[in-house]
Design a protein around this ligand. Sequence first.
Ligand code: SAM
Length: 237
Amino acid sequence: MDNQLSMVWDRLSDHQKSAFETFFQLLVEWNEKINLTAIIDWPDVRIKHFIDSLLIYVSNYRSFLMEPGRRVIDVGTGAGFPGIPLAIVYPEVSFTLVDSLQKRVQFLQTVISELGIENVEIIHARAEDLGRSPDYREQFSGAVSRAVAKVNVLLEYLSPFVEKHGWICMYKGPQVDDELQFSKVAQSKLAVHLQHQEDFRLPDEAGTRHLLWFQKISSLSRKYPRKAGIPSKQPLL
Ligand SMILES: C[S@@+](CC[C@H](N)C(=O)[O-])C[C@H]1O[C@@H](n2cnc3c(N)ncnc32)[C@H](O)[C@@H]1O
């Protein structure tokens, strides 16, 4: 996967590269006012935020989510990862980016307006609240998320949004095996099943990354998600 990941950048068009450069400039500028990222130099941002977010672009299973006309939700998007990079490379997929921090949502509104991105909707909400709204519950072909919570907690945030037979793709770091071990009960209660795990090495020794692909097996019980704050305080175990 190493070579393929280094090549991700070369496969982008000039227009897409320029969108990433503008996104980087906004990230650095806004990071002086609000806390968006600990990484602010271009080589690191390019690999650890942009190329990392684009792992789905080289995944064997990308067609589960990234086909024209699909709706994908990014929960806990923060400064827009992985949602904004994916929206840049998949203009025909509709993305909904959700975060509970108002300032990050304001930043993202500026990003999509400056980049002229039309396939992104930004929402300020807690996942647990939005997942009960009829306009969002089981309305998405897929959900993605990076660096938000452990697997069992994250499944309770994401499963409510995904339609039956739809897909969840989680970006995970080195703790993936431990987290998966403690996710069996959550998978069964939240009507999802782990179908694939993919392992990647980021370029320039920037670490190992994993994509977990869960499929929604059936419709979700009305019991889930539990009230805001409960999934993280009392994780399903
Ligand atoms: C560590 S940041 C990661 C941001 C981004 N996904 C990334 O990979 O850089 C976690 C983000 O998740 C958001 N978040 C945490 N719990 C959430 C919830 N229950 N609903 C919505 N957003 C949440 C936080 O506000 C924060 O912006």
